[in-house]
Design a protein around this ligand. Structure first.
Ligand code: GTP
Length: 432
């Protein structure tokens, strides 16, 4: 949303920021507070904040007024003064009241995790639906806050500075504006959803299987995507110039061409109001022939991250694919100590769908491509069939079970090229 800057006041981004991760006591053993803090810092850096301080603070009891305990609020206030910090990112959900009270106490701008992730999604949403969903989530979030956050609207409209908010009349007027915009956005979204299926079908005419990379933020998806597709000649890409730039053609060892698709990263504890926006950005995963889960096996929370990713994919309605076992690229093995590396390699030897790789050193990448070949060969076949036009039932069956890539009819027969699951190939031949 960087493009939505105002020409009256310019972008209002405080130059110095602090990130605070409140860690509930007792500590959740699967999630390391330091790693969570690092994730929040990484997200804040992604929206170009200059992080001058970051710390984990204890959260033994949630205070309704400020979330954090008074001692913590006071102590952080001193840090804010001393380092002249203008913005504090609190990596938790803050109620509007808590946000306001912390802003008063620290005399600085405060945003919470939802505000932070909204910024990231705003910057990364690719599809039109994704962008609309993000804006809708941002506006709904903003409407609930009496004082506008520094994001979105404020930037669009020139900014009021961070300290002190607009007057009540202004707030009421803004609420109405936001309300009107929400109504318009919802209408636009309906329209986009209506035409979405048409677009999907158009894209599906590309006669190559789609392999989608999914994974936690920072797992290395984009690095792997670039490494795997780097060798490809440009001419091939131009075939797909109309597709999303995060989709690229690639030849597997067998010569089979696939389209590799990169997706937006997952984050833990996705605020519920952002789920729809996130799903819209993940839409292409639903169309993929193979999903590759890229994991950062050098991350201390790698197991919890895996569970997070899988549970979101289940919510998207592809639990059956997960039950059959996702392909996992166990990335960043170059960062592992010898003994840990051994363990990962052993694990992969027991499960053919796991491939240790390094997007940086190149290790394992050939194995991953070979595995994709196997998966595609096992799961999908493209058949050329001649079906008598009188056999309407078979033609209808092919349309409903497979994907008709091409069809030319003559007087007697439909010449069809159809992509079918292996299981359906067998079923089709059993039909007559
Ligand atoms: P999001 O865009 O946030 O979803 O992240 P991503 O999954 O696309 O991760 P990205 O490719 O941006 O990589 C994150 C960081 O990990 C970068 O600093 C990469 O250089 C680094 N990285 C990725 N793969 C590897 C790897 O195999 N080994 C090492 N050492 N670093 C890696």
């Amino acid at each position: 949303m960087a493009s939505e800057q105002s020409d009256t006041g310019g972008t209002v981004v405080p130059s110095r920021a602090m990130v605070v991760h409140p860690a509930p006591r007792p500590v959740d053993a699967a999630r390391h507070p330091e790693a969570r803090l690092a994730e929040a810092v990484g997200l804040a850096e992604a929206i170009d904040l200059d992080i001058v301080a970051a710390e984990v603070v204890p959260l033994s009891k949630r205070r309704p007024a400020t979330l954090l305990g008074q001692g913590t609020v006071d102590r952080l206030g001193e840090v804010v003064d001393e380092l002249q910090i203008g913005l504090i990112v609190v990596d938790a959900h803050l109620s509007p009241v808590q946000q306001r009270n912390l802003e008063k106490a620290w005399n600085a701008k405060v945003i919470d995790r939802t505000g932070l992730i909204l910024e990231i999604f705003g910057a990364r949403a690719r599809t039109r639906e994704g962008r609309l969903q993000v804006e809708l989530a941002a506006l709904s979030y903003q409407r609930s806050r009496l004082v506008r956050s520094w994001t979105h609207l404020e930037r669009q409209r020139g900014g009021f500075g961070f300290l002190g908010g607009p007057g009540e009349t202004q707030i009421e007027a803004d609420r109405r504006l936001i309300g009107d915009r929400i109504v318009r956005l919802k209408k636009e979204l309906e329209e986009v959803k209506r035409t979405r299926d048409l677009h999907r079908k158009a894209r599906r005419r590309v006669p190559y299987p789609i392999v989608a990379l999914v994974g936690y933020t920072n797992a290395g998806k984009s690095t792997l995507f670039n490494a795997l597709t780097r060798a490809e000649v440009l001419a091939k890409d131009q075939l797909f110039a109309t597709l999303d730039p995060t989709m690229r053609a690639l030849a597997l060892p067998s010569g089979r061409t696939i389209i590799l698709s990169d997706t937006v990263g997952f984050v833990s504890d996705l605020p519920h109001e952002l789920v729809a926006a996130f799903r819209a950005t993940l839409e292409e995963v639903l169309e993929a022939d193979v999903i590759v889960h890229v994991r950062d096996v050098a991350h201390p929370d790698t197991v919890a991250q895996r569970a997070d990713v899988e549970s979101v994919l289940r919510e998207l309605g592809i639990g059956d694919v997960i039950d059959r076992g996702l392909v996992e690229a166990l990335n960043k093995i170059d960062l592992l100590a010898e003994s840990d590396r051994h363990e990962v390699v052993n694990q992969a030897q027991r499960d053919a769908k796991l491939v240790p790789v390094s997007a940086v050193s190149g290790e394992g990448q050939a194995d991953l491509l070979a595995l994709l070949d196997c998966q595609l060969a096992a799961e999908r076949q493209i058949l050329d069939l001649d079906v008598p036009l009188s056999d309407g039932a078979s033609i209808a069956w092919l349309y409903s079970h497979g994907e008709v890539l091409r069809r030319d009819d003559d007087e007697l027969q439909a010449h069809m090229q159809v992509r079918l699951d292996t299981a359906d190939v067998a079923r089709f031949s059993r039909r007559d």
